[in-house]
Every structure is written in structure tokens, then in C-alpha cells.
Design a binder for this molecule. Structure first.
Ligand code: ZN
Length: 374
């Protein structure tokens, strides 16, 4: 890429040049020269300003800071604070997967921002179509169901089964478990006013559970949603594979014999399944598959707003846990642990928390869209 060649990475202490509060906050982060303009990455801004809400849709980025919504676009120097346009002088750039913002104009804009009064900020935000998710601020009303609605979170792998392992030793089973526990906590806190929605897990510590045991747990708990959390790996493209994807069942079946316990969820069983597993009958579950697809697409939509990496889409697959679980079921692959950059990100508790909250928001959006909660 041409632009990459023109970048000189320069670690500098911005405090020596000028010293607003913002420059003090970013002085220990790297800055970059692109042409004759000094840039910092969006990730640095998010960390330095402790920004909790941000997102990206295609070329547009959104940040929520001091109750204000900041918006910009890659390739444009126009920058908006709420609806007031400011000019950055130089355009926002994307290099590889990172987004870069010109430091000094951004500092000037940030320094001039005063916190929005609470009432105005929520009114302004709710009027604007933006990627900043407002669902956590809305009151979630009591469930519309007169029975318990059970969500089971299934952290993939565990115990003797590490799942995929990153080049620097991070194990998929640990990432899956941590994200799942955070997801459970997030859902419980968001749904605490909804007494009949129960959030459970197939495992809450580092133990091995076979795939058929996972499905049995979901059946025994009478789960309405079976939500499997995994981390991806690619044999062919170990260093560069990137993106997130969510699977839903292509069909549902009952079985009369359980499979070997060490079967991997990533092995599609269509080719061998018919004889090996003695399928009794395909379940009449068109609507369950359709609901699973809608949930998978909602998960992808929310992750695409939050993560700066490729959206690989919602896909149908015959993974064991999807095919033999009779309820709505999805399996999300949150990122490629085999890619060293992603492995480093997945070690970061803040990244795991952000992923978990995004998955939680997707589930809540799904529950609202099906009028399960108000
Ligand atoms: Zn896995």
C-alpha cells in the first residue's frame, strides 16, 4: 500500500510541544506522521479519553464524549460535535485496519467541548440516527411472557480441550469463558427488572464438557436460546485471518446415538452424519431456524458497529451444537486468535468487555424485536 510507505512511526512526547489536558493524556502513546501532519490512532483516543461508547459503520466513525456525539468519516476532514461541523484541516485516514485522526485539530476540538447537560444530551442523542447504542440507557420493561425464558451461554471448549491456541499461547477456551462470564453479567445487570428471563451457562470454569453434554444441558434447562461463544482460527491464513462471524443451524435433527465426545464444533457433520449418528428424523423446526438466523444477523449487525474488523456475515452451518439443539441456537466466532494482532487484543480485558457488551446488546435487541421484553 502506497500510504504505508509514507508513514514514519515516531514516538514523541506531545507535552513538550503543547500541553492541553488531552495531550497530557496521550503523551505516552505513539503518534504517527502521515505527510506533514501528526496523527494518533482512534484506539489511542478511545483509551486516553476512556470512551465507553463508540462505533463504526463503513467509513463513518462515532464517539460519545462528555455526553456529545462526535462523528467523522474516513477520507474527510469534516468533523461533527453533535451537529456542529468543525474542520480538522487534514482528513481522517485508514491505514491497514487502523483509523488515524490528526492530533492538533482534534485536540483543539476536544478541548473546547464542555459536558452536555444530562437532559439535553439524552434528548440530542435519541433524535440522531447514530451507531452509538442507546439500549443500555433505556428502561427494559417486564417480560411479556408468563413463563421463564431461558438463555444458555455456552463457552466453547474447556478443560483438556484448549480449542484454538494463538501464536503467543493464548487459549481459546479461556477467551470464550471470560467473554461468556462477562456476557452473563451484562445480561443479568441489564435484565434485572425482568424477573422471568434466566441467564445460565453450560460451564462457569475450566472444565471439559462434550458437545452432546452441552446440548443435553440446554435441553434439560429448557433453554429458549442456546448461545455458543467461540474464537476462530485459520490453518491456511494463520497470520492475517481477521473478522467475526455468526453461525445458525442449516437444519435441526434428533439423534439416537451420541457422537464421539471429542468431535470438534468446527467439523461439519453433513457428510458423515447420516449413517454415523443414526438420525431419526429432521425436526419440524423451520421457525426455530429462521429465528436463529435473525439472532445471528443481529449479532453480526451489532459487532459490525463496534469492532473495527471485517464482517464475515451470518452463515448457516451444521455444527453439532446447532444441529442437535432443538431451540434457537447461534455460534459466534468473535475473532481470529491465530492472528497475532487479534490475539493481543483478545488478551485485553477492555476488549473482552466490549465484545461481551456488544453480544449482550444484540441479544437484548433480538428480545425486543420479538417483543419478549418491552
Ligand atoms: Zn471453538
Amino acid at each position: 500500500m502506497k500510504i504505508v510507505k509514507t508513514i514514519i512511526i515516531l514516538f514523541f512526547f506531545a507535552g513538550l510541544v503543547f500541553s492541553s489536558e488531552f495531550t497530557n493524556q496521550i503523551k505516552n502513546y505513539p503518534a504517527y506522521w502521515i505527510g506533514n501532519q501528526k496523527y494518533i490512532s482512534l484506539q489511542t483516543i478511545i483509551k486516553a479519553l476512556n470512551i465507553q461508547s463508540w462505533g463504526r459503520i463503513e467509513d463513518r466513525i462515532f464517539l460519545e464524549y462528555q455526553g456529545r456525539v462526535l462523528k467523522g468519516s474516513i477520507g474527510s476532514s469534516e468533523f461533527y460535535v453533535d451537529d456542529k461541523m468543525e474542520n480538522l484541516g487534514s482528513s481522517i485516514k485508514q491505514v491497514e485496519k487502523e483509523i488515524f485522526i490528526p492530533v492538533e485539530p482534534f485536540d483543539r476540538i476536544i478541548s473546547s467541548i464542555t459536558p452536555a447537560a444530562v437532559s439535553t444530551s439524552s434528548a440530542q442523542s435519541s433524535k440522531q440516527p447514530s451507531a452509538v447504542d442507546q439500549s443500555s440507557k433505556q428502561v427494559i420493561r417486564e417480560s411479556n411472557l408468563d413463563r421463564d425464558f431461558v438463555i444458555i451461554i455456552d463457552p466453547g471448549h474447556g478443560g483438556k480441550d484448549n480449542g484454538a491456541v494463538g501464536n503467543y499461547g493464548l487459549k481459546e477456551k479461556d477467551v470464550n469463558l471470560d467473554i461468556s462470564l462477562r456476557l452473563k453479567n451484562y445480561l443479568v445487570s441489564q435484565l434485572k427488572k425482568v424477573s422471568n428471563i434466566k441467564v445460565k451457562m453450560t460451564r462457569e470454569n475450566d472444565i471439559f464438557i462434550s458437545l452432546d453434554e452441552r446440548v443435553e444441558i440446554a435441553k434439560k434447562e429448557k433453554a429458549d436460546i442456546f448461545f455458543c461463544v467461540h474464537t476462530n482460527s485459520s490453518k491456511l491464513n494463520r497470520w492475517n485471518a481477521d473478522g467475526f462471524e455468526t453461525y445458525y443451524p442449516s437444519r435441526k435433527s434428533e439423534i439416537s446415538f451420541v457422537p464421539k465426545p471429542d468431535i470438534d464444533e468446527s467439523v461439519e457433520i453433513e457428510t458423515t452424519g447420516e449413517t454415523v449418528f443414526q438420525i431419526v428424523s429432521d425436526l419440524n423446526t423451520t421457525s426455530v431456524i429462521e429465528e436463529s438466523r435473525i439472532l445471528a444477523e443481529t449479532v453480526q449487525e451489532k459487532l459490525a458497529e463496534r469492532l473495527i474488523c471485517p464482517d464475515r456475515g451470518a452463515k448457516a452451518a451444521n455444527f453439532y451444537v446447532l444441529k442437535y439443539s432443538p431451540m434457537i441456537s447461534v455460534l459466534v466466532e468473535v475473532g481470529f486468535i491465530c492472528n497475532p494482532n487479534i490475539e493481543a487484543n483478545l488478551r485485553d480485558p477492555e476488549v473482552r468487555q466490549a465484545i461481551s457488551e456488544t453480544l449482550g446488546k444484540a441479544i437484548i435487541q433480538y428480545l425486543k424485536s420479538r417483543q419478549i421484553i418491552g
